[in-house]
Ligand binder design. Structure first.
Ligand code: ADP
Ligand code: MG
Ligand code: MG
Length: 212
């Protein structure tokens, strides 16, 4: 089958744990500026908790099974706002992946869209509210465009990651309207949203492991 399989999904989770741990201090510094300073800690705890569970996957496991494992682990370990939001994203992504053995470009775009829709359904944030949605939505749009252009799964993820990174940077001038940062109102201007940054890191990890 053409596309990204279980090996990629497991690699992505390992790379995610690695990258989140490397950026733990950066993420908690961003969250200290406009939140309560725990985003790096929350995300690192969640992804470190997934790692040992990867060994329990059976031989016939699919990428969807991996996404579901990440979802349930993040929901039970991350806490705060990000835990349920990311948990929902991975859960909806898992449902979109279904029992496919391999994910091609359109499947990857559909999975990202489902994840983003999950975040929006759960958190009710709109684009421009200075949340992780501002990384996810441009990522989904870029992924859908790349898939429509006939790019393969790795190319779709690369397009998504680049758009997510730009989306995270573009949160800096925004006024936060959701989550803890919204308590700061205009004082949130000039700071990057930590959840948008972690989302960009996770999508870059997905692209890097797909290209490897
Ligand atoms: P907490 O704010 O509970 O400490 P975290 O610090 O782990 O949780 O996560 C904060 C991130 O969660 C924010 O940077 C933002 O991206 C995201 N977030 C918060 N509320 C929402 C929401 N309603 N919709 C989308 N994302 C949100
Ligand atoms: Mg926080
Ligand atoms: Mg908190």
């Amino acid at each position: 089958p053409v596309g990204l399989d279980i090996t990629w999904a497991v690699d992505w989770v390992r790379q995610s744990a690695q990258v989140i741990s490397e950026h733990r201090v950066e993420l908690l510094t961003l969250d200290r500026e406009i939140g309560d300073g725990d985003h790096g800690e929350n995300m690192d705890r969640g992804f470190q908790a997934v790692l040992p569970k990867l060994d329990d996957l059976s031989a016939g496991s699919t990428p969807g099974d991996v996404l579901k494992l990440v979802a349930t682990t993040l929901i039970s370990t991350v806490g705060g706002a990000a835990g349920p939001l990311y948990g929902t994203a991975y859960l909806k992504a898992a449902a979109a992946a279904g029992d496919a053995v391999a994910l091609d470009g359109p499947a990857i775009a559909a999975i990202l869209a489902a994840g983003r829709d999950g975040v929006v359904a759960r958190g009710k944030a709109e684009s421009g509210d200075k949340t992780m949605v501002d990384a996810w939505t441009p990522a989904v749009e870029a992924a859908e465009a790349a898939a429509a252009d006939g790019m393969d799964a790795a190319g779709v993820l690369a397009a998504a990651a680049t758009a997510a990174e730009a989306g995270a940077v573009a949160t800096e001038p925004l006024i936060a309207r959701k989550g803890r940062a919204s308590y700061l109102g205009e004082r949130s201007v000039g700071h990057r949203d930590p959840g948008a940054e972690s989302s960009a890191l996770l999508l870059r990890a997905a692209a890097d492991t797909a290209a490897a």
